[in-house]
Design a protein. Sequence first.
Length: 250
Amino acid sequence: MVATPPWLVGILLNTALAGLGLLSRQALLTLAGLLHAWLLGVLIWGTLGWQGYLVVIVYFLVGSAVTRVGMAQKQAAGIAEKRQGARGPENVWGSALTGAVCALLIPLLPKGHDLLLVAFVASFSTKLFDTCASEVGKAYGQRTFLITTLQPVPRGTEGAVSLEGTLAGFLGAALIAGLGWELGLMAAIAVPICILAAFVANLVESVLGATLQERYTWLSNEVVNGINTTTGALLAVLMLTVTAPLLGLT
């Protein structure tokens, strides 16, 4: 029996899901966002199979759900995501471009296979940390501080952090990192590394938001998201590269 090529499976599966998305009343993606998500889904399934695909799906579903947490009060305060959280192409690639590049590089760089898988998982762990921290902080943050001065600021301020949001961010990062381990994409040692990398990368993102984002128009949220996920992926690879020999894992 001849196995179905993974790229064909990816095309068929994502076409079916896109059709369901068009029929659904829950607008998680705009029409253009749906088309770009279809391309991303095919790419991930074709390169990493169902395991990598599941990481992306869990990130997307949890991230979309968290975005809708406290939507009424966030809308009233003028700090809710546009389109009630429906993702457009810019959101798809702002969140997933780093992971997509890692997935594409894996078949091209077989010697870097393990590190690239860690980078892939870390990128989505970092982004879910960001989404959970931001959305929960905007909805339920009791005291919100600017990362650079630790002075109290209103919820939704660029570069602001809160205890509630940060704890939610850790949970989001742990969910993706733990899933990556459970699916066999990386070793157990990489789980705390991905979580720590996600935390540090989001501190960097908060500093960017507090200092540079308002000064430079090209530093859009999507560009900052790309910087964030790339930072998380690179930090995870660096930490794993340094830690593994010390633990006798190489």
